[in-house]
Design a protein around this ligand. Structure first.
Ligand code: HEM
Length: 472
């Protein structure tokens, strides 16, 4: 145990304070987890490839190039979930994986999972803001994880936007309804696809290392998509959202909501092949998040490239048309100054900070009002459920649900670099940006505070006069 890991010791890391406890995870315990991973999915993938061979690397590259030149065109997709389901009876390894993903652990309580799904929509605006700014942009400070991401090319500016929304598709499918996350549901199937997609990425990089060890430093970065990084990734969607992303927007989920949301992601971890113990309780999940922040977050040059590419590809795009400055301030608000300085993210002026304050007030007022009135809460949840799914998955954004096939195949010598030439969707640069709404929210917020301050002052003057009258 290092002196840093003494119970009771206060840590400040990336503008976040926490106290080390017995639940925190020592560096020595995390180290071996950089090399352990989901071997069952990888064995299953070998079997599935024999049954239905994947497209060759060169044809996969052609598919990417086609997708790059025509963003609305999706290359034909191989559905690994359907292959697994249809062949589970013919092979022992496939049967084992099929049984594992369909087995419902005894700790799963469906009522709790259903409540957990609703938490995402109750705090929808804050949750989307948190996932985009902290989860995605701030997530690029995970220095080992970005080495895998940079080699799949998925965060070059041409495809990052599409990939970003594919990630949201997965969250939306997992939270759409209870049957969607139960075995056989769309969210469940997508999670199994993602598990097999991860196995494809890992196997491809490991194969490249066999002949070109300099391609990826296995010792330093760990096995691609290893157990530790998967625990961290589940945390990005869950513990980070509850303990970091929402609180930094001054939104505090209730204890029951925290229990329920962690339980939902513990179950998702089970399906996607991630060790679930880390999510046994909110206390443990929070301790894991903090332990990871202490040792695994430290931006590198690759982190800077990916974070800035993401900002570039999200700038001025539908549906919200956010400016580069707003995206930078949002990142700073959610990740803190130190991390954003490390990521090389700009620091725009007060105007954009006021906009971000307006957005936080607005999402807080919406969420807190709705959660206080049960019928309004249900209405808001179902509104955001339909709106986000319709817009992101069914609408022009993705143009229909993705099957998460392996598109961005790593190739020797290829790594994402800085890019300035960002392709814009045809409808980019709208006359109306949601920043206008945030500006109004800020002005209304300031007026409301002044009004309350004035009323408070009057009240206290009145009270003290009354008190003086009583005493004299
Ligand atoms: C265990 C929790 C995780 C979940 C729920 C998850 C979710 C997803 C989803 C939904 C996709 C498909 C959409 C997309 O292409 O972005 C995806 C793809 C991908 N994930 Fe993960 N992920 C997790 C962990 C990780 C980790 C730890 C890494 C490490 C770098 C990683 C690397 C990738 C890569 C490289 C792809 C893209 C593969 C391709 O399309 O070429 N994921 N993941």
């Amino acid at each position: 145990m290092s002196p840093e890991e003494t119970p009771g010791l206060l840590h400040t890391v990336w503008n976040y304070d926490f106290k080390w406890t017995e639940d925190h995870v020592e560096a020595d315990a995390k180290q071996p987890m950089k090399y352990t991973y989901d071997t069952l999915a990888e064995q299953a993938l070998e079997r599935l490839d024999l049954i239905s061979p994947p497209p060759s690397t060169s044809s996969a590259r052609q598919a990417i190039q086609k997708a790059e030149s025509d963003q609305s065109t999706q290359p034909a997709q191989r559905d690994l979930y359907a292959l697994l389901r249809d062949n589970a009876g013919k092979d022992e390894v496939l049967a084992t994986l099929w049984e594992e993903v369909n087995r419902v652990p005894e700790w799963v309580d469906w009522e709790q999972i259903e409540r957990g799904q609703k938490v995402f929509y109750r705090y929808a605006v804050g949750a989307l803001t948190g996932l985009a700014f902290q989860g995605l942009i701030g997530g690029m400070a995970s220095n080992r994880v970005v080495e895998t991401l940079a080699r799949t090319g998925g965060f070059n500016t041409k495809i990052a936007r599409h990939r970003f929304f594919e990630t949201f598709q997965h969250v939306l499918e997992c939270t759409k309804s209870l049957p969607d996350i139960q075995p056989g549901g769309a969210g469940h199937a997508s999670t199994v696809r993602v598990r097999l997609l991860h196995a494809s990425v890992r196997r491809r990089i490991m194969k490249l290392i066999e002949t070109r060890p300099q391609y990826y430093d296995h010792q330093a970065f760990g096995t691609p998509i290893n157990d530790l990084d998967c625990i961290q990734a589940i945390g990005t969607y869950s513990s980070n959202l509850l303990f970091l992303q929402l609180p930094r927007q001054k939104i505090y989920p209730r204890e029951q909501e925290i229990d329920d949301y962690i339980a939902l992601f513990r179950y998702i971890a089970h399906i996607v092949g991630t060790p679930t113990d880390a999510y046994e309780s909110p206390k443990k999940a929070k301790a894991w998040m903090e332990s990871i922040m202490l040792t695994e977050i430290d931006p590198t040059e690759t982190s800077k490239i990916l974070a800035n590419n993401i900002i570039k590809c999200l700038e001025d795009t539908p549906p919200v048309y956010l400016s580069k400055e707003f995206l930078e301030v949002g990142s700073r608000w959610l990740n803190g100054k130190d991390l954003c300085d490390g990521l090389g993210i700009g620091n725009p002026g007060y105007y954009y900070w006021a906009l971000m304050a307006g957005q936080c007030w607005l999402s807080k007022v919406v969420a807190y009002t709705a959660r206080a009135i049960p019928w309004l809460d249900e209405l808001q949840i179902s509104y955001f459920r339909q709106l986000l799914y319709r817009y992101i998955v069914e609408g022009d954004t993705l143009g229909g649900p993705s099957k998460f096939d392996f598109k961005y195949v790593p190739t020797a010598g290829q790594k994402t670099t800085y890019e300035d030439d960002v392709p814009r969707p045809a409808e980019a640069k709208a006359a109306f940006s949601i920043e206008t709404v945030y500006l109004y929210a800020f002005v209304v917020g300031v007026l409301a505070m002044m009004l309350m301050g004035g009323l408070g002052l009057k009240l206290s003057v009145g009270l003290s006069r009354g008190l003086v009258g009583v005493v004299s």
